[in-house]
Write a protein that binds this ligand. Structure first.
Ligand code: ADP
Length: 320
């Protein structure tokens, strides 16, 4: 097997977003379908940048599930890891940003197909062929999905892949904030690369100061790279050898959905191309500039998947 593959494991679902902005879900006159799910976004981000990506996840054997599988295929993501559950349906989310600035969510997940993927169903050959194995499902705490993740992580690690984790905290889905924190941190030291947002940094550390001291609370000796994304303020990086921050690009932001996934996809592509970026600060800074540009472009269009850039678009922004 050629070791250039990035495998992303988790959920793919459909976000239903109101046709008009600033309304509550109950007030929405109608909804548009926006395919997403952070791990699927990452796989598509990688593919759009020209690298090889595969997605592992379970969909319902229903209209939505087949629509999502088609979207992966159309975007050049290998479908070898896609499973269809014969009983449960595809996960759905209704999401809005209300006029008062609060996000409102409603999920169809009782349970949805993605939560039911078992360790026995995993395509282990696919996992073994990964150079980077990325995970960050919002169902990581739910059985049998949790066991499937732990098994996949173990197999990926044994076969020499780098493990990349994005907790993708979506608090309304967790039984309690304490449980969420406990569960996320319980698998913290298994990853090589972790990306958190400023909101997740604050949530996981209990500190509202975004600085080195707070970030170091999330550092573990076996980590290779810890990243903190700060929206329009760019990103911060921590390794064993060096740490710093890289500024964001100025763009006309329309919708930030998927910016973090785009950032991660870009980073993983560059790591697969040249793993020495993890030990070379000037190379890493170049890569983070590229990843910041990817994130920035993703905010300039509505939705996540339609907004993920090609390499040419990223280079155009970087080279002005
Ligand atoms: P997440 O989606 O995980 O919260 P962010 O919103 O911080 O992640 O976005 C990831 C990256 O995308 C940021 O580090 C930044 O480089 C870029 N980005 C996000 N929002 C903006 C913005 N409004 N303007 C410019 N760049 C942005």
């Amino acid at each position: 097997s050629d070791k250039s593959l990035i495998v992303s494991f988790g959920e793919m679902l459909i976000d239903f977003v109101p046709t008009v902005s600033g309304v509550s879900l109950a007030e929405a006159p109608g909804f548009l379908k926006a395919p997403g799910g952070a791990p699927a976004n990452v796989a598509i981000a990688v593919s759009r940048l020209g690298s090889k990506a595969s997605f592992i996840g379970k969909l319902g054997d229903d209209e939505f599930g087949h629509m999502l599988a088609d979207i992966l295929k159309q975007n050049g993501v290998s479908g070898d890891g896609i499973l269809f559950d014969q009983g449960a349906r595809t996960a759905l989310a209704f999401v809005t940003l209300r006029a008062d600035g609060e996000r409102e969510f409603m999920f169809y997940r009782n349970p949805s197909a993605d939560m039911l993927l078992t360790p026995e169903e995993l395509n282990l050959d696919l996992i073994r062929s990964a150079k980077v194995f990325h995970y960050g499902s919002i169902s990581l705490i739910v059985e049998p999905c949790r066991s499937a993740h732990l098994k996949a992580m173990e197999v990926a690690k044994e076969s020499g892949a780098l493990l990349s984790y994005d907790p993708n905290l979506r608090l309304p889905l967790w039984p309690s904030a304490d449980e969420a924190r406990k569960q996320i941190l319980s698998i913290w030291d298994k990853a090589d690369i972790i990306k958190v947002s400023d909101v997740e940094l604050e949530f996981l550390t209990g500190s509202n100061k975004i600085d080195d001291e707070t970030a170091m609370k999330l550092w573990r000796p076996n980590l290779t790279l810890l990243l903190i994304t700060l929206g329009e303020k760019g990103s911060m990086y921590y390794t064993k050898y060096f740490h710093g921050s890289v500024d964001a690009f100025h763009v006309n932001t329309v919708d930030t959905t998927g910016a973090g996934d785009s950032f991660v996809g870009a980073l993983l592509c560059k790591i697969v191309e040249d793993p020495t970026i993890l030990e070379n600060e000037s190379k890493l800074r170049e890569v983070l500039k590229f990843a910041n540009a990817c994130g920035a472009i993703t905010t300039t269009k509505k939705g996540a998947i339609p907004a993920l850039p090609t390499e040419a678009e990223v280079l155009a922004l970087i080279n002005g």
